[in-house]
Design a binder for this molecule. Structure first.
Ligand code: NAP
Length: 508
């Protein structure tokens, strides 16, 4: 049963007067529940509880925190159809996606739980003393990793479960020993409240301190900015727009005590297709990429938005085929009306630039919040001179850049801002000649896919989901996969400590 209230620790609270409603984008109507924005007193209380909870939670053993994370996964599953129905009504995404994303959310929690059962993730180092060293004795120094403190997580619009209330940021921060306050996404506050109720239930069942988790609702920047400004908050996780991520990053850095704001933002994910690949399997590539561009209505941070080719007759035919195959796929619903209007505005901005040709666009009417897919093309020369063409169009939209030769194609890669992914589609015979392309791509992206598609991000130990700015605010970290825990910890060294005072993992 949804209340529209905030979870301030384990208490439901809705003292404010400002409310908002979510939208069912498929039906283009407001859902019924009014969600109450947290007051400044409620924010203060949630932060005080998180700060107090940190003193207890950071000292829970890895096994105890793992039990908590596993219990969250169980409680999410126990929400059953209520969660799936809420997911579909607030996101316009189909039930199959809801079930898949719920599974991914649970397996992320379980993977972090599994990882913290042992102490290996802390990367402990023991440098023993050498008392007889000359001219000075060497101290005993032992390094471990400790949690930063209370973390604020901004739920993402495009993954209402896996990058939201109990998503990767929350799972990794809780795994590290940091209490979490979630700023729920205003367009899926109902999903947020349901998942928050599961986390609160799991915390109660596993003996976690009140304040280890809070869920805050609100719309219009005030609540989120107040959370990031608060001196008791020690780090922030964000997935969303470049403007939002940058604003929060700046706030975090302008505080008297600056804090890390890990923002995962825009990316157009360049895909290089070699001339040999176009000759050998143009049709197969067009089919695969029409599917990847339109997957989830193009609302993935790893959607391939930019395809880089060398111009030829075969390339022209490939672009026409890609466009035909893309527009033949049924238009799908977007997450909410504001994402639809950004899609239209940014799509128009890019396709109205001089030199851009629209090769295919769904003709005729689509339902109000549905996205007509679009494929465009431009020469390498025009793309290089107009940065507006590099704008992310979040939705089923892609640009094919036709360069005159490989040197110009490499120049195009060098002109791009930082990206989450790059992809190379090549033949066996190309492999020994790819050095220039690989070198250029590696300096712009966090992950290179070979002969595949960038959509689909595995949650594994080796995954990098991040990249140079603006793909992320700190390219040294990943926001997906087990490495995501590193964002919420800091190194700490014990020097010449009595063994009985050292944590177990450092006793040696
Ligand atoms: P968003 O506008 O960046 O909002 C995400 C969250 O950040 C919301 O909770 C929002 O709070 C908060 N926020 C944004 N700007 C803020 C600011 N200046 N100060 C404080 N809080 C701020 O993202 P969105 O609503 O999810 O989608 C908008 C656009 O972002 C999309 O059209 C797409 O272009 C892009 N996007 C990109 C990705 C990606 O992975 N690359 C993912 C999702 C969205 P309020 O609700 O309180 O305003």
């Amino acid at each position: 049963m949804i209340t529209g209230k905030n979870y301030i620790g384990n208490k439901l609270s809705g003292n404010g007067s400002k409310t908002h409603k979510t939208v069912n984008p498929k039906l283009n109507i407001e859902n019924t529940t009014a969600f109450v924005e947290a007051t400044s007193e409620e924010l203060e209380e949630a932060i005080a509880l998180a700060s107090d909870a940190f003193k207890i939670y950071k000292n829970k053993t890895g096994k105890e925190r793992a039990t908590f994370l596993n219990a969250i996964a169980d409680e999410i599953l126990a929400l059953g159809d209520d969660l799936l129905k809420m997911y579909c009504s607030e996101s316009g995404l189909p039930e199959g996606r809801a079930t898949g994303e719920r599974g991914r959310t649970m397996s992320q929690l379980q993977s972090f739980a599994n990882m913290i059962e042992t102490e290996d993730w802390r990367l402990n180092v023991i440098d023993e003393a050498i008392p007889e060293r000359q001219p000075m004795p060497k101290s005993d120094i032992r390094r471990t990793s400790i949690p930063l403190g209370p973390v604020v997580v901004f739920a993402a619009s495009n993954f209402p479960l896996a990058f939201s209330t109990a998503g990767g940021d929350t799972a990794s921060a809780l795994a590290a020993g940091c209490p979490v306050i979630v700023k729920s996404h205003a367009m899926h506050s109902g999903i947020g409240e349901l998942v928050a109720s599961a986390i609160i239930k799991a915390a109660g069942k596993t003996g976690m301190p009140n304040g280890v988790f809070s869920n805050i609702t609100g719309r219009g920047r005030t609540v989120g900015q107040a959370l990031v400004k608060h001196h008791k908050i020690k780090a922030v996780g964000f997935t969303g727009s470049i403007s939002g991520g940058r604003a929060l990053f700046d706030i975090g850095n302008q505080r008297t005590e600056p804090i890390p704001v890990f923002a995962e933002m825009g990316s157009i994910n360049p895909v290089v297709i070699t001339p040999n690949a176009i000759v050998a399997r143009a049709e197969e590539i067009a089919t695969t990429y029409a599917g990847s561009i339109t997957l989830g209505s193009g609302q993935f941070c790893t959607k391939p938005g930019l395809m880089l080719t060398v111009d030829s007759d075969k390339t022209q035919a490939f672009v026409a085929d890609l466009a035909a195959k893309t527009v033949a796929i049924d238009a799908q619903c977007m997450l909410n009306p504001s994402i639809k209007s950004s899609f239209v505005a940014n799509g128009n901005l890019v396709s109205s630039q001089e030199g851009v040709s629209v090769v295919g666009r769904v003709d005729g009417d689509v339902d109000t919040n549905f996205a007509p897919s679009q494929i465009n093309t431009v020469s390498g020369k025009d793309f290089l001179t107009n940065p507006k063409m590099h704008t992310e169009v979040f939705g089923p939209f892609a640009m094919v850049v036709k360069s005159k030769d490989e040197a110009e194609l490499i120049h195009v890669i060098n002109s791009l801002e930082g990206q989450l992914t790059g992809t190379i589609i090549a033949e066996e015979s190309d492999i020994k000649n790819l050095d220039g392309i690989i070198d250029a791509l590696q300096s712009r992206v966090g992950r290179i896919i070979f002969n595949g598609v960038p959509t689909g991000v595995e949650v594994t130990g080796a995954m990098t989901h991040g990249g140079p700015y603006p793909a992320s605010s700190d390219s040294r970290f990943t926001s997906v996969g087990l490495g995501a825990i590193k964002r919420w910890i800091r190194p700490f060294s014990y020097q010449d400590w009595p063994k009985e005072l050292l944590p177990d993992g450092l006793k040696g």
